[in-house]
Design a protein around this ligand. Structure first.
Ligand code: GDP
Ligand code: ZN
Ligand code: ZN
Length: 596
């Protein structure tokens, strides 16, 4: 980038120059792609409300469980097992949870009644069984056991002996949860969920219980989807679970409240959507510690002795998960969205360019598809491709172009040190650029001149026609018989060892056009004056300028493009023919020089 040194450098604007292709096919492809992209962008804008600023919900939850259950318990009374019927109300089966947004409903339990602090045998698990006092280490505390060992081994029942422990006695029996669950009728309990939400950024507050709500309803997915009172059995049914099965071991159930709020005044909508999902291990058989349970105790005093009833409660913990977003129209969001979609409209250009590049003849001829016949679209695409694409070689000092009059293409030679003479280096073939005749038309005046020697215009022959050359003095690599040995030092000599022909034949310097385009003094003077109208043409300096101009004329004539002409090497015959016409009086000729 040029350094910024004046206001003119600042007050400028650069834009891209484009090529417009008048083509029905590509025009149609472009409009179809634009239409698809526009439809998609508009659809996404409206359906996902991408013009809104969205904000996550903040919420508070409060729950109330209701329902009565009748439970038949087996109780030991005076050594006899009796069935007792008990009524459970919410205070018996629900517990406040430490964690917010949750509530627990007990569905099953195991009771150990009349426990007091004393010494008693442990419940016979594998590690508690013993034969003698030796197996019971005093003071040992097994994490699985319920107390601290005294060091004695005593009778548990008629057949088994276990270690004695100091604990809440009698020790809790390791029974499994009763099946069916004792409070299986908890299925019919209902829970009222109060959920207040807030979108602070939008300054909007609402709740799930609206004033016009019928409070005697029960939630149903389709019939009353807005009712905040849920039957526990229905929650399980919605989640595809069996309540009485889960009730035995307990479990964790998620109640999801999703708020997708549209806070725009013209389409205001802000209601919760409820869904249910089991959150714990579904497959109780496979899990190591199935279900959900915990222990709690009720303490009391009997005859001044502290006693307790230990309850292992199995039940269902309901976790209420509130999430969602509130969106409101925001001009910045809309502008950002439009900005981000603009790049998609470039897709048509990328796609059509891909078609042009892929199906152009140049690509077909490449090694990727060697068998592809050049079809009609290929030819058209190649035309577009040539108009669109201008390739530039890196102007390396090693880069050189040579052209032989008996070959249609130009050869690009890239060689660090020309060990071999340029004549025999193979190089890479590059197509000859399309001719620019402006230079030629400027020269039209010179066409009235006639060549000074051997110039019979009627003798113009086609150069491809073989004419035996050889003047006898030409070097070995010369094919036209007009070349001369190079004057350059040894190490650069190979650079000038180049003939105008690949195979033996007539020299290009004998063509009339060579004389008219390259050697005509009148034309060259005209070109020099064209550039510098007030140029004074003196003898010695003029010769130098005319000679250099003649080199250029030859290069432009035979290589066409300016880029190539800069790196074009003149054949020895042409170089010496020009030098003969416009000679240097003293010193050596410099020869080709790297232009940059
Ligand atoms: P000078 O006039 O004594 O310097 O020697 P020359 O007659 O060899 O001219 C040298 C100038 O012509 C330099 O600018 C060279 O780059 C240019 N020149 C000489 N030979 C070639 C050539 O083969 N190709 C091109 N493109 N330029 C050449
Ligand atoms: Zn030659
Ligand atoms: Zn020649």
């Amino acid at each position: 980038m040029a350094a910024c040194c004046s206001w003119n450098d600042v007050l400028q604007y650069e834009t891209n120059k484009v090529i417009r292709i008048q083509s029905g096919t590509y025009g149609t492809i472009k409009w179809v792609l634009h239409l698809i992209i526009f439809s998609y962008v508009s659809f996404a804008l409206v359906s996902d409300k991408l013009y809104q600023r969205k904000e996550p919900v903040i919420s508070s939850v409060h729950t109330k469980v209701k329902g009565i259950a009748e439970v038949t318990e087996n109780v030991m009374e005076g050594g006899v097992m009796k069935s007792v019927r008990r009524i459970f109300d919410p205070a018996d089966y629900t517990f406040p949870m430490q964690q917010g947004n949750s509530f627990f409903v007990m569905t099953n339990f195991l009771k150990s009644e009349n426990q007091e602090q004393k010494l008693c045998p442990e419940f016979p698990t594998r590690s508690a069984l013993c034969h003698s006092d030796k197996s019971c280490k005093k003071g040992w505390m097994d994490p699985q056991s319920k107390g601290i060992r005294t060091g004695k081994c005593i009778q548990y029942d008629e057949t088994r002996r276990t270690c004695e422990v100091s604990a809440w006695c009698p020790a809790e029996e390791g029974k499994v949860a009763p099946r069916p669950a004792l409070l299986r009728s908890a299925e019919n309990f209902t829970v009222l969920i109060k959920n207040n939400i807030d979108f602070p950024g939008h300054n909007y507050t609402t709740r799930n219980i609206l004033p016009d709500l019928n409070t005697s309803c029960t939630f149903h997915k389709t019939r009353s989807p807005q009712c905040p009172i849920f039957r526990l059995g229905d929650i399980f049914q919605e989640a595809g679970e069996n309540f009485s099965e889960v009730a035995v071991q307990g479990g964790i159930m998620g109640i999801e409240i999703y708020w997708d709020c549209n806070l725009d005044s013209w389409s205001h909508r802000c209601y919760p959507r409820y869904s249910f999902r089991r959150l714990d291990d579904k497959y109780t058989n496979e899990s190591l510690i199935p279900g959900y349970n915990f222990r709690y105790a009720k303490y009391y005093k009997e005859n001044k002795v502290e006693k307790r009833t230990l309850i292992k409660a199995f039940g269902i913990r309901f976790d209420i998960l509130v999430f969602g977003t509130g969106g409101k129209f925001d001009i910045i969001q809309l502008v950002v969205y439009i900005g981000s979609t603009l790049s998609y409209f470039g897709l048509a250009t990328v796609f059509i360019d891909l078609l042009i590049n892929t199906y152009s003849g140049a690509f077909c001829r490449s090694r990727v598809y060697p068998y592809c016949k050049c079809c009609e679209p290929c030819a058209i695409n190649e035309h577009y491709y040539r108009k669109k694409c201008e390739s530039i070689m890196e102007p390396k000092p090693t880069l050189k172009y040579v052209s032989f009059v008996d070959e249609p293409c130009i050869r690009m030679v890239e060689q660090q040190l020309l060990g071999k003479s340029l004549q025999v280096v193979k190089g890479q073939e590059v197509p000859r650029p399309q001719m620019d005749f402006t230079e030629l038309s400027r020269l039209s005046l010179s066409l009235h001149d006639s060549p000074p020697v051997s110039g019979q215009p009627e003798e113009i022959q086609l150069l491809c026609k073989e004419v035996p050359p050889r003047s006898g003095h030409s070097p070995g690599w010369c094919q036209c018989g007009k070349c001369l040995p190079s004057q350059l030092p040894e190490n650069r000599r190979a650079l000038e060892e180049l003939c105008c022909r690949r195979k033996p034949g007539r020299c290009i310097t004998t063509s009339e056009l060579f004389w008219k385009l390259v050697l005509s003094r009148q034309a060259l003077q005209l070109l020099l004056l064209y550039q510098e109208p007030l140029l004074v043409l003196e003898e010695e300096a003029t010769n130098r300028r005319l000679r250099h101009r003649a080199y250029r004329c030859y290069a432009t004539w035979r290589f066409g493009s300016q880029d190539m002409a800069d790196f074009a090497i003149l054949p020895s015959c042409c170089r010496w023919r020009i030098r003969k016409e416009f000679p240097k009086t003293e010193g050596q000729y410099t020869g080709f020089q790297y232009p940059y």
